[in-house]
Design a protein around this ligand. Structure first.
Ligand SMILES: Nc1ncnc2c1ncn2[C@@H]1O[C@H](COP(=O)(O)OP(=O)(O)O)[C@@H](O)[C@H]1O
Ligand SMILES: [Mg+2]
Length: 501
């Protein structure tokens, strides 16, 4: 091992049922560096950390730690700690009703007689040394969240850690607290600790890190020095794009000119999962929310449909004030929503294709007004033909259809309710290219027939093909709105990345 390297991971594989979360990933951490581990949600960051800290076993690969000689065998978090790897998770795992000193030393005192006075003295020294504004005897719950996190870090440091892992430590801190935490990180860095920093906040990466490792779909994209990787290129790499190789995309049909009247309008709409935002859509318009996975785009549209707990905002539909606090009210107001996670929120696996198709309409009519079998058969037949759903019969359980055909069934379900406004969250994920294109074309055809559609996709090219307006999100905020000439891959990516271009 080179002598400035404190941790080396090579060829790490971690397989979950159905998902290869890590596929031969390499990671190298040097002494006294802050190394950002980046990737969209689901890229494998937390899994890599859990393998390193002994929470998960690995299926293949090797780990070396400085001064540890041969390969390190880490089978538990305790093993990791013993060889100098410490983790501070986002959810603080300390005990709020104990004192700061107790939290720093609990579980680590040796011998039967505990000399708390000594520990308190040591705690105070360490806190002072690290510039953490807390006192040993103070109850931890009386400290701010940032200080609590810093105490957790102080605990790690006193355990003589070589590698400190911070997984999203700043997500609930304000600017001042972030600055304080960064101060502590820089201080530890100067003492030679290698710090792995996981965050959603791109700006923070550029403020504090020396080096960046990017993961995507469980694979290593590359390792870069922060200085040499412009923010927009980082975003491109996280999304699996090469900035030098961006094509533009032809629309798959006529896009709306945006001249029609507004059909849905929200101001200050917020939910338990999203911050207040303003939004509108016109008749026959297709617009979309774009941003990295985890930027808040799904949470935003879920608020429109009342799928999460709505906490505020004014909504007008066709000029009239309405209140939408749950999906049923949304449906009564002419809104349809195809969720991102069709396994969880979408299909009812054991029901037939027919029953899955008529479900939303039946909910709207109310279960006390069941449809006749003949009517259901007719509806199902009509949509199976219209959307070219490949199924042996209407009676086939939906779970035996391919992913693309399941998706079409759910689309049929919503089309049958004739919504004025249809929200499609990742309608084409995991389906074949041909079916993707059919769905894109269908979206534009529906818009031509005056339906309004909000479309979300991780593939920018799909959105460019279908949307006449893109709302761009970063870190759970809307940071831009693009239309016309601005609808190019590079502009979208620059807007997602923000910062200096
Ligand atoms: N305990 C688990 N069981 C099954 N799949 C998991 C488990 N943990 C993570 N995954 C899957 O592994 C992939 C990587 O997840 P994760 O490491 O949490 O990503 P990140 O932290 O980058 O958002 C995802 O597809 C996720 O669904
Ligand atoms: Mg994670």
């Amino acid at each position: 091992m080179q002598n400035d390297v404190v941790l080396k991971m090579r060829g790490i594989v971690k397989q979950f049922p159905g998902t290869r979360a890590l596929d031969h990933v390499d990671f190298t951490l040097r002494k006294g560096e802050i190394h950002a581990l980046m990737g969209e949600n689901g890229a494998g960051k937390s899994t890599l950390i859990k393998v390193l800290t002994g929470v998960y076993g690995k299926d293949a690969g090797s780990i070396w730690i400085e001064g540890g000689g041969d390969e390190a065998h880490i089978h538990s978090p305790q093993d990791a700690q013993n060889i100098g790897i410490s983790t501070v998770y986002q959810e603080i795992t300390l005990c709020p009703n104990l004192t700061v000193a107790e939290n720093m030393f609990i579980g680590r005192t040796s011998g039967s007689v505990v000399h708390w006075k000594d520990y308190e003295k040591r705690a105070d020294e360490l806190l002072k040394n690290l510039g953490i504004p807390a006192r040993a005897k103070q109850e931890l719950s009386r400290c701010s969240l940032a200080v609590q996190q810093m105490v957790a870090i102080a605990r790690a440091v006193d355990m003589k850690c070589k590698v400190l892992i911070l997984d999203e430590p700043t997500s609930s801190l304000d600017d001042k607290e972030v600055a304080m935490l960064f101060g502590l990180m820089r201080d530890l860095k100067a003492r030679g600790v290698g710090i792995v920093f996981v965050t959603h906040f791109l700006e923070q990466v550029y403020e504090v890190s020396d080096r960046i490792t990017v993961l995507r779909n469980g694979q290593l994209v590359g390792e870069f020095t922060t200085e040499e990787l412009p923010q927009v290129e980082l975003v491109a790499k996280m999304m699996g794009k090469d900035l030098n190789d961006l094509a533009d995309f032809e629309a798959v049909g006529e896009k709306s000119t945006g001249a029609n009247e507004v059909v849905y309008e929200a101001s200050g709409l917020s939910s338990s999962e999203c911050r207040p935002y303003d939004f509108n859509i016109r008749r026959g318009e297709v617009n979309g929310f774009t941003g990295l996975l985890g930027s808040g785009r799904s949470e935003s549209v879920r608020a429109i449909f009342g799928a999460d707990r709505v906490t505020g905002g004014k909504v007008r539909i066709k000029g009239k004030d309405v209140k939408i606090t749950n999906p049923h009210e949304a449906m009564k107001n002419g809104i349809g929503y195809l969720p991102e996670d069709r396994k969880r929120d979408g299909i009812i696996a054991d029901l037939s294709v027919r029953e899955n198709i008529i479900l939303a309409l039946q909910v709207m009519k109310g279960f006390f007004h069941p449809m006749s079998k003949a009517q259901m058969t007719q509806f199902a037949d009509e949509y199976i033909k219209a959307l070219k759903i490949k199924t042996a019969s209407q009676d086939t359980p939906i779970k035996s259809l391919s992913g693309g055909n399941q998706q079409k069934v759910i689309l049929a379900r919503w089309l049958l309710t004739h919504p004025d406004y249809l929200i499609l969250d990742e309608p084409t994920r995991g389906i074949d290219v041909g079916t993707k294109l059919e769905i894109q074309k269908l979206v534009l055809k529906l818009a031509e027939e005056n339906m309004s559609v909000t479309f979300i996709s991780s593939e920018i090219e799909e959105m460019l093909r279908t949307c006449s307006r893109l709302i761009v999100m970063r870190d759970r905020k809307i940071v831009g709105e693009l239309k016309g000439e601005q609808l190019t891959q590079s502009t979208v990516m620059k807007t997602i990345a923000g910062g200096e271009q």
